[in-house]
Design a protein around this ligand. Sequence first.
Ligand SMILES: NC(=O)c1ccc[n+]([C@@H]2O[C@H](COP(=O)([O-])OP(=O)(O)OC[C@H]3O[C@@H](n4cnc5c(N)ncnc54)[C@H](O)[C@@H]3O)[C@@H](O)[C@H]2O)c1
Ligand SMILES: O=C(O)C[C@H](O)C(=O)O
Length: 336
Amino acid sequence: MLFNRTALTATRAFSTSARRETKVAVLGAGGGIGQPLSLLLKSDPLVSSLSLYDIRGAPGVAADVSHVDTASEVKGYAADQLDQALEGVKVVVIPAGVPRKPGMTRDDLFNTNASIVRDLAASVARVAPEAHILVISNPVNSTVPIVAETLKKAGVFDPRRVFGVTTLDVVRSARFVGEVTGKDPKETAITVVGGHSGPTIVPLLSQNKNAQGVKGEVYGKVVHRIQYGGDEVVKAKDGAGSATLSMAYAGAKFTNSLLRGLNGEKGVVTPTFVRSPLYEDQGIDFFSSNVELGPEGVQKIHPIGEITAEEQKLLEACLPELKKNIEKGKAFVNKA
Ligand SMILES: NC(=O)c1ccc[n+]([C@@H]2O[C@H](COP(=O)([O-])OP(=O)(O)OC[C@H]3O[C@@H](n4cnc5c(N)ncnc54)[C@H](O)[C@@H]3O)[C@@H](O)[C@H]2O)c1
Ligand SMILES: O=C(O)C[C@H](O)C(=O)O
């Protein structure tokens, strides 16, 4: 053994406090995110069964991950087995699609990823209409509305069951604010609201007492780093893709939060991009804010709370961009 169980437990991205177990599918399981995400989900005791699907490579990933010594079952499905992969699934995590290369925005991925996500969502609507769908594929600000509109068309949309995974922004915020304050990231948890791309990522440092002292140039730099953390990785990978390992960690962490909520654990609150009433009066009907997760999925959407003048400015820059991204996603599904 390379490490003992205590050490492994200590480094886990998830909590184990609840008991009921659930069948989870990963669509895009052969990819840069999909592989480590599948491994982390295999280690989550709340996952009873893992269904790994990709247009290439999923059976191999499943064979590999299935040797890990946890109780869950793992099955891999080939390109023509999507329906079988979705049978009986309660949670579907979607990291399928192409990642950025240097110089690209997330919106540049729209042309390829929009149809991938729409087609996968249509299959979920048909085979597992009550599944909770966790969207990782970019651009999240558009792919989440694409999933919602696709489910609506199929007559099975429930806003409590569709989530954009923005957890990587939360993970980065805690880490980067931890760095500039000299605190453990556990003490610098930051609520991040808005969406998931550049100016639509709005971290609310003022709501954490350990981050309130971050001001001036340091504040500007850390906010910029949170908003453009994805670019930092894309640049460093130099054409080989975008964040995969930290994203797998974030995806497993959010999945575990959802599973705990579904299992009835109280007080599971985390930011996620969902159908939201908060800015609906401005024509923005998807928004990320703190959401309490419960037995049906979204249980309560928290308002953003008190914010500073600086954060208000960030929010004003976020909203018009977010509105465009959401409308683009909806229009894609509803075009003639
Ligand atoms: N939400 C976030 O914070 C976040 C973070 C990082 C990356 N991403 C996004 O996640 C996506 C995946 O990134 P990656 O690095 O894993 O890319 P990747 O290219 O390494 O993997 C993508 C996988 O999707 C598969 N795929 C393509 N079409 C498919 C389909 N129709 N059905 C099933 N699988 C399909 C591919 O075969 C591949 O294995 C990208 O869009 C990326 O921008 C989002
Ligand atoms: O930056 C990207 O394209 C991937 C992801 O959205 C990220 O934030 O790392």
